[in-house]
Design a protein around this ligand. Structure first.
Ligand code: PEP
Length: 250
């Protein structure tokens, strides 16, 4: 049985009081029993407060990024040790916005993966093709290369600390969602790619989340697909009502 996960990526939204407000609402309204593990990723500046608030609740907390170095003269950056020291044990890496806007390459992401794993953090590893890749029928190649170059160097043992998030770039924040069939087709391909490289033990167990304009209205159908193990949610994670509707769609 694979872990079902719904994670909310808050990106650069919500100041301190808004963060507290949304967390309070999530904590008070989350059903006592959910089929999904629920995670939220507020901005760095609110992470320590969020981690503290979420202690002893069913909601986990994640960072949106980490620096690859252990520490040093890297103005504006945050290390894995710093995250761990405030109770943050999960990190989103390879998000398409980090790749496109902050020029993160597969090699850099691979470094960040190593650092996070060294600190025994769970990595939510994001990847996915752009519209031009899909239009030129190159989407399977792109996805396979992102996996190989950013992640496939890790040991078999490390896979227990990895969650995959397939996020077609053309569906992120655009309102355009991959159809449940498109999501299933790619998730199956991803699982088979992992099977070939690492075997059944890992392929059958690793959770593969779908991300890209998941909303309360489409979550149930996407999550019903056999290789979709939950979602990474952007815009719809910013309203408790919408996010919890997605959580309960699993
Ligand atoms: C995301 O940024 O990871 C994401 C899936 O965003 P949205 O749900 O807004 O498309």
């Amino acid at each position: 049985m694979r872990k079902q996960i719904v994670a909310g990526n808050w990106k650069m939204h919500k100041n301190a009081s808004q963060t507290e407000e949304l967390l309070n609402e999530l904590i008070s309204k989350i059903p006592a029993k959910t089929n999904a593990q629920v995670i939220v990723a507020p901005t760095f500046i609110n992470l320590a407060a969020a981690a503290n608030k979420l202690k002893n609740t069913p909601i986990g907390v994640s960072a949106q990024n980490v620096h690859q170095a252990e520490g040093g003269a890297f103005t504006g950056e945050i290390s894995a040790d710093m995250l761990k020291s405030v109770g943050v044990n999960t990190v989103i890496l390879g998000h398409s916005e980090r790749r496109a806007i902050f020029n993160e390459t597969d090699a850099l992401i691979a470094n960040k993966v190593d650092t996070a794993l060294k600190h025994e953090m769970t990595v939510i590893f994001c990847f996915g093709e752009e519209l031009k890749d899909r239009q030129s029928d190159n989407h399977f190649n792109i996805v396979e290369n992102q996996l190989r170059d950013g992640l496939f160097h890790i040991s078999k043992e490390s896979w227990s600390k990895v969650v995959l998030a397939y996020e077609p770039v053309w569906a992120i924040g655009t309102g355009e969602t991959a159809s449940p069939e498109q999501a299933q087709e790619m998730h199956e391909f991803i699982r088979e790619t992992i099977r070939k490289a690492f075997g059944n033990d890992i392929a059958d167990v690793v959770s593969i989340l779908y991300g890209g304009s998941v909303k309360p209205e489409n979550a149930k159908e996407i999550f019903s697909k056999p290789d979709v193990d939950g979602g990474l949610i952007g815009g719809a994670a910013l309203k408790a009502e919408d996010f919890l509707a997605i959580v309960t769609a699993i």
